[in-house]
Design a protein around this ligand. Structure first.
Ligand code: FAD
Length: 317
């Protein structure tokens, strides 16, 4: 079922969902199941599965270090199919511009259609680690809005090549990313919101936000988006702080602000067990306020660990 239908059917009740990361190449899917199992009691209508783009790795070959390009966590669509089948839940593969040609994207969407996947999340992806800026993959898309357009064209039966015998594809429900504290490359929040509007105008059906730790940022973002004519559901993405290192890492990687009160609570902790508890309590408070404000879904970034998400969900759902 489409995310937008899940939201409609909930009649104003806030739903619980989460995002998982595929295991590293060579590991077993059982580890993933062990993290999903404890969260299923909260009845998620859908689970997102991220996609990692390729990166350069260095492999020792005789006396030389050889540079190879590889994807460390492949298998998003296969994992979506496995989880969908095992738990009878909707799964949402993240589809990237970076690292994929338009043909590869089309094949991936055809696979999703065969597998009965009804939703996809359309994203640009980040620059590769050695790059300063995102560079479009040859034959791929530059912006997520272009990818949304490709998905919309496919719904109408417009394949990239010869369409004579091809039928229309699944009418995918398309999610896109939004940034309450603006995307790191955007010159201003207003400029970033205009690009979000473009993604919606191209056919996106809902927005999931980047993590944030101050709800005011989310509420202001939603107000500005609505004022700009973005009417689709906006789902807050939330992550609990779990280790002290997150104080540096999260602002550095995602260009988000951490509130002073949260920083000082974390700094007082002497073990990561205490940090985890501070993160859980902050996240419960945040989630409670968002739920009272009537957000359609609370979407958690599990980053491969479900124990803290379970503690948060137990307090709310
Ligand atoms: P876009 O919407 O294309 O925007 C990128 C930048 O370009 C923004 O600064 C925007 O303002 C600007 N822009 C957009 N359109 C135009 C235009 N036409 N002209 C000029 N400027 C423009 N990354 C992964 O690698 N894998 C994942 O699975 C993944 N999942 C994510 C899930 C969520 C909910 C979120 C919020 C992010 C996720 N990301 C993921 C990270 C995402 O790929 C990065 O944040 C990326 O840098 C931007 O992606 P986007 O889809 O927002 O890009």
């Amino acid at each position: 079922m489409k995310v937008t239908d899940h939201i409609k059917n909930a009649n104003g009740k806030t739903l619980f969902s989460f995002e998982i990361i595929p295991p590293k190449k060579g590991s077993n899917i059982d580890e993933l199941y062990r993290n999903i199992d404890p969260l299923m009691e909260f009845d998620p209508p859908f689970i997102d599965v991220t996609t990692s783009r390729e990166e350069y790795v260095y492999i020792q070959k005789d006396d030389l270090l050889e540079r190879k390009i590889t994807r460390m966590r492949p298998g998003t669509v296969g994992i979506c199919a496995a989880i969908k089948h095992k738990y009878d839940v909707d799964t949402i593969p993240h589809v990237l511009c970076g690292g994929f040609t338009r043909e590869e994207t089309e094949y991936l969407l055809v696979d999703c259609h065969y597998l009965g996947i009804d939703n996809v999340m359309a994203l640009r992806g980040d620059a590769m680690k050695h790059q300063r800026y995102f560079e479009k993959t040859e034959g791929g898309h530059e912006y997520a809005s272009d990818l949304v357009k490709q998905i919309r064209d496919l719904r109408e039966g417009k394949y990239l090549h010869d369409t004579a015998e091809a039928g229309a594809m699944a009418d995918f429900c398309v999610g896109v990313a939004g940034y309450p504290e603006k995307h790191l490359e955007a010159p201003s929040l207003e400029s970033d919101l205009k690009k979000l509007k473009l993604k919606v105008d191209m056919g996106a059906d809902y927005v999931v936000t980047q993590m944030f730790f101050r709800n005011e940022a989310f509420f202001e973002f939603v107000d500005k988006a609505r004022a700009m004519g973005i009417t689709v559901p906006i789902i807050p993405g939330i992550k609990p702080i779990a280790v002290k290192k997150h104080l540096q890492l999260l602002p550095q990687v995602f260009k988000i602000d951490l509130p002073e009160e949260l920083i000082s609570e974390v700094e007082k902790c002497s073990t990561n067990k205490e940090v985890r508890q501070v993160g859980v309590e902050w996240c419960i408070q945040q989630s409670r306020e968002l739920k009272e404000a009537g957000v359609p879904v609370l979407h958690y970034y599990s980053m491969g660990k479900s124990d803290n998400i379970k503690d948060i969900a137990s307090a709310l759902f």
